[in-house]
Design a protein around this ligand. Structure first.
Ligand code: 13P
Ligand code: SF4
Length: 310
């Protein structure tokens, strides 16, 4: 076994050898973030995947993100350190059930959050992320009925922001649903100057107390530009690594969950480790593949998203 500095050196060497780029989400462990070429939210990661000239994309994130990169780059190899790195939101929306739901509402436009499988993307008209969901819904004519899937919390947030009615799929994220309103309020009493910043996957009971709501990139940007010194962070705690790097003098408190668990670490994201990252590059496996017919159908709504978010 290699120690972390040796792993980092070996990963750097493989990057050159394979002509690879490492794309990482903010929820990855700090060691993975530090070796990545690009760290971002789901929108930024898709934009990077769409424009990379590298031959191999090493995706340090979860399966639906690597799948999106593969759909945009059918001729490139996309590696994922652990194929079991899934997502509770994607799991909450099985394609067959979603197809039946869509068939029951034939006049609806289907807008799906990127946290879904390639099969569900293939059934969608437009993909969105937490960074552009409001902006995309605002661009749809007001008389057009819309299905929004799979995250009901993001859906309810978009409804509140746009004043539009959306037909929601009832999915949710196991990380963002475990924050405790009661404990967050109690923490606020201990830190009266702290700002509560939250991801829109949180429940309405949490969002109504938030001083700022946004995607992971937007939350990071807010901590960098806000004059405030203390933040209660209601999203996966991996993002705090970049907040600390950018402004080490500020204080970041992970929002408390309903029980004393490690609930604000995503169990899927954290399946990836620096060691597995090294091995997936050394072995060029595990690799993420998408059947060509599904990829072709899923590419259109992703490309529409990229066009609408320019
Ligand atoms: P963003 O980074 O796009 O805000 O998404 C958060 C998330 O839960 C990814 O799985
Ligand atoms: Fe999925 Fe939630 Fe994990 Fe994001 S944090 S990958 S939405 S389970």
């Amino acid at each position: 076994t290699l120690d972390p500095p040796a792993l980092v050196a070996a990963i750097q060497a493989l990057k050159t050898e394979l002509n690879a780029v490492i794309l990482a989400h903010y929820y990855q462990e700090p060691g993975i973030q530090d070796v990545a070429d690009y760290i971002g939210d789901s929108l930024g990661l898709s934009q990077q995947a769409a424009q990379t000239s590298a031959q191999v994309i090493v995706f340090a994130g979860v399966h639906f993100m690597a799948e999106t990169a593969k759909i945009l780059n059918p001729d490139k190899q996309v590696l994922l350190p652990d194929l079991d790195a899934g997502c509770s939101l994607a799991d909450s929306c099985p394609a067959a059930e979603f197809a039946a739901f869509k068939a029951a509402h034939p006049n609806h436009l289907v807008i799906s959050y990127i946290n879904c499988t390639a099969e569900v993307k293939a059934l969608s008209d437009i993909i969105c992320t937490s960074a552009n969901a409001v902006k995309i819904v605002q661009q749809i004519p007001t008389d057009q009925p819309i299905i929004f899937a799979p995250d009901r919390n993001l859906g309810r947030y978009v409804m509140a922001q746009t004043g539009r009615e959306l037909l929601l799929w009832e999915g949710s994220c196991i990380v963002h649903e475990t924050f405790s309103e009661k404990r967050i309020i109690a923490l606020g009493l201990d830190y009266p100057d702290a700002k509560l910043i939250a991801h829109p996957e949180c429940e309405p009971a949490i969002l109504r107390h938030a001083d700022y709501i946004g995607s992971t990139t937007a939350l990071l940007h807010y901590t960098q530009t806000s004059p405030e010194q203390t933040f209660i962070v209601a999203t996966e705690s991996g993002i705090i690594h970049q907040m600390q790097r950018a402004n080490p003098e500020k204080t970041y408190i992970p929002a408390p969950s309903i029980s004393n668990c490690n609930c604000n670490e995503c169990p899927y994201m954290r399946l990836n480790t620096l060691e597995k990252l090294y091995y997936c590059m050394a072995n060029q496996s595990p690799e993420v593949t998408v059947p060509p017919n599904i990829a072709a159908a899923a590419r259109k709504p992703i490309q529409r998203m990229l066009e609408l978010s320019r």
